[in-house]
Design a binder for this molecule. Structure first.
Ligand SMILES: C[S@@+](CC[C@H](N)C(=O)[O-])C[C@H]1O[C@@H](n2cnc3c(N)ncnc32)[C@H](O)[C@@H]1O
Length: 341
């Protein structure tokens, strides 16, 4: 099966990073991996387009739950109606404080990749409302197919989306809170391959443009990378996005590395690529996605230090290494997983 559509400039650069990681395993594995990467890239785009069409037709839930994006604890507000931060929200809040205290005039950028409705991001934005309004902080939530293109001109109404998604489960108080602070968060409709070339803006009277590439100080991900068909390129893209003092919080990395399991699954069962129907749940294909995730995690391990402590909950935390290490791997699960499937 040939997948001949040319890769875009950004994709070609990400693919080169990934293929460099595979090279030590040998030419045959590299060729197979490259074919897999090109097919998975086609699939990622087909599913991205599908998510965008689906969101226009009003059925935004067809390939994954479009969830709250809440990373806190039980009591979400104190008696004065201010957010109480626990769990990942607390980690993220502490890291925003650190970034703001060391940003040297550059706007700090926070990204929640695949952040759903972004409830926690809105709660954090409320705490940092002044930093956002004065251009010291930009808070971004990405999704596929959300907000729908119809809303592109204006700001998405997250409170309305919440009340539709959770018709019985969201209190009037929470909705009012969201309505008050939702405009502080920038919502992007983007897959990981698009983020390298995305620019965001401060919320000042005269907005400053800030390219995401090289400027992201905090990147958080929960139950999102697991839906990607190009986790290898996505993680190479995350590396590109992070600023020298940036920190990543990756739930998919924790699940794979510490729990040793794969959470990949496709609710959309098949997709047509160049006239061929691809079964997205076929075990051989599943193995390719898993190898891609492992290669992406290896890329991160060479460039970042992975930190785990009990306080990190379900997240692996990545901080940049001072110097990048060389690729050192002679034998690999790749040789088995790719060449035999
Ligand atoms: C299960 S939700 C998780 C939302 C949120 N992080 C949470 O834990 O509540 C998965 C999110 O990932 C996004 N997503 C799914 N596939 C994606 C892909 N291939 N690239 C980027 N984002 C994706 C979807 O828009 C969706 O909001």
């Amino acid at each position: 099966m040939g997948h001949e559509a040319p890769l875009s400039g950004t994709e070609a650069a990400l693919a080169a990073t990934v293929l460099d990681s595979v090279a030590p395993v040998g030419a045959e594995a590299r060729t197979e991996y490259e074919q897999s990467l090109r097919m998975r890239t086609d699939i990622e785009w087909a599913l991205t387009e599908r998510a965008r069409v689906v969101s226009q037709t009003g059925d935004a839930n067809s390939d994954y739950g479009f969830t709250l994006g809440y990373y806190g604890g039980g009591e979400s507000f104190d008696e004065n109606g201010s957010p109480v931060f626990e769990h990942s929200e607390q980690l993220l809040s502490e890291q925003i404080d650190t970034l703001l205290s060391s940003s040297e005039g550059r706007p700090a950028v926070y990204v929640d990749f695949g952040g759903g409705l972004g409830f926690s991001s809105i709660r954090l934005a409320a705490k940092y409302a002044r930093d956002i309004a004065e251009g010291r902080l930009i808070m971004v939530v990405t999704n596929l197919g959300f907000p729908p293109a119809a809303l592109d001109g204006g700001r998405p109404d997250i409170a309305q989306a919440l009340s539709q998604t959770y018709p019985n489960g969201f209190s009037a108080e929470n909705l009012e809170f969201v309505r008050q602070y939702q405009d502080l968060v920038t919502y992007l409709d983007a897959n990981a391959l698009e983020l390298d070339t995305t620019t965001v803006f401060t919320h000042e009277q005269e907005p400053q443009a800030v390219p995401l590439k090289g400027n992201v100080g905090i990147l958080h991900e929960q139950f999102a990378l697991t839906h990607s068909h190009v986790p290898d390129m996505a993680l190479a893209a995350f590396d590109d996005l992070m600023s020298p003092d940036g920190t990543m919080y990756l739930q998919t990395a924790y699940v794979r590395t510490d729990l040793g399991v794969s959470m990949h699954r496709s609710i959309v069962e098949e997709v047509e690529i160049s006239g061929d129907m691809i079964d997205l749940n076929e075990p051989g294909y599943d193995q390719q996605r898993l190898s891609a995730l492992d290669i992406g995690l290896e890329i991160l391990d060479r460039r970042f230090e992975r930190i785990r402590s009990p306080g990190h909950g379900i997240l692996s935390v990545y901080r940049r290494r001072a110097a990048q290490g060389p690729v050192e791997r002679e034998e690999s699960y790749l040789a088995e997983s790719l060449v035999t499937h």
